[in-house]
Design a protein around this ligand. Structure first.
Ligand code: ADP
Ligand code: MG
Length: 235
C-alpha cells in the first residue's frame, strides 16, 4: 500500500531539551515503487522508518498508509496494520540460532496466533522466491551473511504485507552481495506491487544508472530531507 508522510516532526527527550530526529519530513512512495533512503548516521533514517511503520507517532504531521490516516486509527487498528500490511526488515537479521530457515518464517505465523502447518507452502514459496529453497532446512550458522539476509527478507514477506520497510540490510555484506540483495528487494517490490523504503549506505549500488531497480534516492541530513533524486530519468 502506498505511503504518504507529510510534514512529520519527531522529537526525543534530551536532558532538559528535546532532540529533533525528524524535522517536517515529507515522503511519498507509490505502490510498486522502491525508494532508497540514505544519509549520515544519526540523521533520522531509522526514525523515519519507525514513523512510516506506525511504531512511533510523530509529534506533528500526518502519515497515510493506503487510504488510511494513521492519526485517526486506534492503537488496535495500528497493531493490525503493522501485523497485516507492513513488513519490517531490521539491520540485524534477528534469526534464532536454533531454528531452520523455514522455521524462522513459520515462527511469524505462531506469533500472530496462526497455525504454522497451514503456512508451510507459503513459507517454502517465499524461500524459493529469494533463492533459498535449497537451504530451507539449514540453521543460521550454516548460512552466509547474504543468505541470512535473504531469509530475513523472506520472513518479512510472510502474510503478504503491502508496505515493506527495510533498514540497512546490506551493512554487513560486500558490494557484490549488497547489490544482489538490493536487486532482490527491487524484484519483490515489482512482482508484488509493494511500496518500499530501503535504508542503505551503499551509495555505489544506489547510484543512478546502476541496474539495481531503485526508483529514487532520498538523502536525509539532520532530520531533514536534503534531496530527492529520481532514477527513472537518469537510467
Ligand atoms: P539513523 O537511523 O539515520 O542513524 P536515527 O533515526 O536512529 O538515525 O536517529 C536520529 C536521531 O534521533 C539521533 O540523534 C538519535 O540519537 C536520536 N534517537 C533515535 N531514537 C531515539 C530514542 N529512542 N530516544 C532518544 N533519541 C533517539
Ligand atoms: Mg538507523
Amino acid at each position: 500500500m502506498s505511503l504518504f508522510i507529510q510534514n512529520a516532526t519527531l522529537t526525543f527527550p534530551d536532558g532538559r531539551d528535546r532532540l529533533t530526529a525528524l524535522d517536517k519530513v515529507s515522503l511519498g512512495v507509490a505502490d510498486g515503487e522502491l525508494v532508497a533512503l540514505t544519509g549520515p548516521s544519526g540523521s533520522g533514517k531509522s526514525s523515519l522508518l519507525a514513523v512510516a511503520g506506525t511504531l512511533i507517532t510523530p509529534d506533528s504531521g500526518t502519515v497515510r498508509i493506503g487510504d488510511k490516516q494513521v492519526e485517526d486509527m486506534s492503537a488496535r487498528e495500528r497493531a493490525r496494520i503493522r501485523r497485516e500490511e507492513v513488513g519490517f526488515v531490521f539491520q540485524a537479521d534477528n534469526l534464532l540460532p536454533s531454528l531452520t530457515a523455514v522455521e524462522q518464517l513459520l515462527l511469524t505465523v505462531s506469533m500472530r496466533g496462526g497455525k504454522p502447518a497451514k503456512h508451510r507452502g507459503e513459507a517454502m514459496a517465499l524461500l524459493e522466491e529469494v533463492g533459498m529453497a535449497d537451504s530451507a532446512e539449514r540453521r543460521p550458522h550454516e548460512l552466509s551473511g547474504g543468505m541470512r539476509q535473504r531469509v530475513n527478507i523472506a520472513r518479512a514477506m510472510m502474510g503478504t504485507p503491502s508496505l515493506l520497510l527495510i533498514d540497512e540490510p546490506t551493512s554487513a555484506l560486500d558490494s557484490e552481495r549488497s547489490r544482489a540483495v538490493i536487486t532482490l528487494i527491487a524484484e519483490l517490490v515489482r512482482r508484488r506491487n509493494l511500496a518500499a523504503v530501503l535504508v542503505s549506505h551503499d551509495l555505489e549500488s544506489l547510484a543512478p544508472g546502476t541496474p539495481t531497480g531503485v526508483d529514487a534516492t532520498v538523502v536525509i541530513t539532520d532530520g531533514r530531507i536534503e534531496s530527492v533524486q529520481s532514477h527513472l530519468a537518469a537510467a
